[in-house]
Design a protein around this ligand. Structure first.
Ligand code: SF4
Length: 295
């Protein structure tokens, strides 16, 4: 077993996860909530057959509006060892997955290294690292060569909002350093003849109710720091209020068309390219049913 004193994300909890848990709530062993083909990612990731998603339980952000609360907070899922996880990846490939999509892998990043080293030479499809963006550069460097597509969220610009919703007042600076490392490793996006992504970085941003100005400030800051051609932007309108904690009443409504369009207009005006959800996408249908587990 690798060293279990956990320093692998910016929380740096320094706990022994074989005995207890840190902020993310995840044990040291892989805990997987779902492994299945998923049709609702960006078109270049889901393609026609689906993305081979493996949802890990636990999360180092624990956002108060989390749409996957039963896996981020309640640790729904089952323990799998390295061999079983490798077998899951190969099974998803056999089922036709266009890629292996590791969802919320951050608490297990270093444990994933031996699995990916074993599987990647014969996998034949890209590995996607689908995370919250609050990542340690040191950990990302340890994954170099094992991840083809970085798929981070970039959630907040304001440290006050990041502190209120994710207890991470340093979110912007940490996520920006992480994004720089992802871009260093991936370079610009590359696609196959069918338009499926082979390599690159796609940055997701979910517009929150009442926070259009933070979204706009974030897009401007990202454009200024990285330009608008270094990564693809995935702007998401799918916020669904029923998952928000009642202690945050400002989050207990949908994003308005005015709010979403203001952010969308900014993204277009700045020159970002990528994926822009329609406003009508604000539905819980994008949230997988983890109780219909298929592994
Ligand atoms: S992965 Fe979890 S336990 Fe480890 S430092 Fe991050 S939040 Fe803490």
């Amino acid at each position: 077993m690798m060293v279990s004193i956990c320093l692998q994300c910016p929380r740096r909890c320094s706990v022994d996860r074989t005995r207890t848990v840190g902020f993310c709530g995840a044990p040291w062993e892989f805990t997987v909530a779902r492994a299945a083909l998923h049709p609702w990612e960006e078109p270049s990731i889901s393609g026609t057959r689906g993305s081979g998603t493996i949802f890990f339980s636990g999360c180092n952000l624990r956002c108060v509006f989390c749409q996957n609360r039963n896996i981020s907070r309640e640790l729904f899922g089952k323990t799998v060892d390295e061999d079983a996880l490798a077998a899951l990846m190969l099974r998803l490939r056999e089922e036709g997955a266009h890629n292996i999509n590791l969802v919320t892998p951050t608490p297990y990043a270093k444990q994933l290294i031996p699995v990916l080293e074993k599987v990647k030479p014969t996998l034949g499809i890209p590995v996607v690292y689908n995370c919250g963006g609050y990542e340690s550069v040191e950990t990302l460097r340890a994954l170099e060569g094992l991840v083809d597509v970085w798929l981070p969220d970039f959630k907040y610009f304001s440290s006050d909002i990041a502190a209120r919703y994710s207890a991470a007042s340093d979110y912007f600076d940490v996520a920006a350093m992480a994004l720089a490392e992802m871009l260093r490793q991936s370079g610009k996006a590359r696609f196959d003849v069918d338009g499926l992504i082979l390599r690159g970085t796609v940055v997701r941003h979910l517009v929150l109710p009442g926070q259009r100005n933070d979204s706009i400030a974030l897009l401007k800051a990202l454009a200024e720091r990285f330009g608008t051609n270094a990564f693809l932007l995935s702007l998401m309108s799918q916020y669904t209020p029923q998952f928000a904690e009642k202690a945050f009443p400002e989050l207990c409504r949908r994003v308005t068309t005015f709010e979403y369009n203001a952010v969308l207009d900014t993204a277009h005006h700045l020159g970002f390219e990528g994926y822009f959800q329609f406003r009508a996408s604000a539905t819980a249908a994008y949230t997988p049913d983890f109780h219909q587990n298929t592994f």
